[in-house]
Design a protein around this ligand. Sequence first.
Ligand SMILES: Cc1ncc(COP(=O)(O)OP(=O)(O)O)c(N)n1
Ligand SMILES: Cc1nc(C(=O)O)sc1CCOP(=O)(O)O
Ligand SMILES: [Mg+2]
Length: 214
Amino acid sequence: MNAPSIWPRRGLYLLTPDDPDTDRFLARVLPVLADGPVLLQYRNKAATTADRRRQVEALLPACRALGLPLLVNDDWRLAADTGADGAHLGQDDGSLAEARRALGPAALLGASCYDQLDLAERAAAAGASYVAFGAFFPSGTKPLARRADPRLLAESASLGLPRVAIGGITPDNAPTLVAAGADLLAVIGGVFEAPDPTAAVRAYRRAFDPLPNE
Ligand SMILES: Cc1ncc(COP(=O)(O)OP(=O)(O)O)c(N)n1
Ligand SMILES: Cc1nc(C(=O)O)sc1CCOP(=O)(O)O
Ligand SMILES: [Mg+2]
């Protein structure tokens, strides 16, 4: 586990797309990493167990070279085995406290809190590094995701953890969530379904660092 003790707590949090073909998956993901995401989550629901491990192992050196922390979705054991920087766990992905004990204090551990402040409070107590709420907008990736109210972002500020927003986030609606208190914007389709993923990554960055006169 090589998680930096100070990690970027503001910016684009990129999640990888579902793709069953490893070569194509890597050809889609690797080129956008240098363009400004501050965190990367390996999330490929279309890959086999063996390919998931291979893909994390292929992403890690590229992430290390860029100083980009890599988290593994769903599976903290895979994060531990590959030396990734941490894991993101949802309601059905096991115990956060167990993951924290196993991965150690430096690991980045994210928790899905959906539309519930009480889940965020429990995640904070169990050792989460950040709390994630969503979905804030209709998501093509997860059309059945529960919808969350942006007021949750302000209501969870007192936890003292970075707040992640997810679900249907586009460069156009991103500034609303940042204004509502999101520290990190987690995105899949807005980048990987865009005609120009590299340009899309740059567009999200503007929600955090508006250009002069914008
Ligand atoms: C940053 C972030 N937030 C939420 C999720 C969703 O996690 P989960 O509910 O476990 O759903 P799946 O991603 O496993 O389909 C996430 N992965 N990342
Ligand atoms: C993986 C995921 N979790 C969500 C939640 O609400 O917890 S929404 C979502 C999908 C995010 O993908 P996109 O940026 O394409 O909408
Ligand atoms: Mg999950």
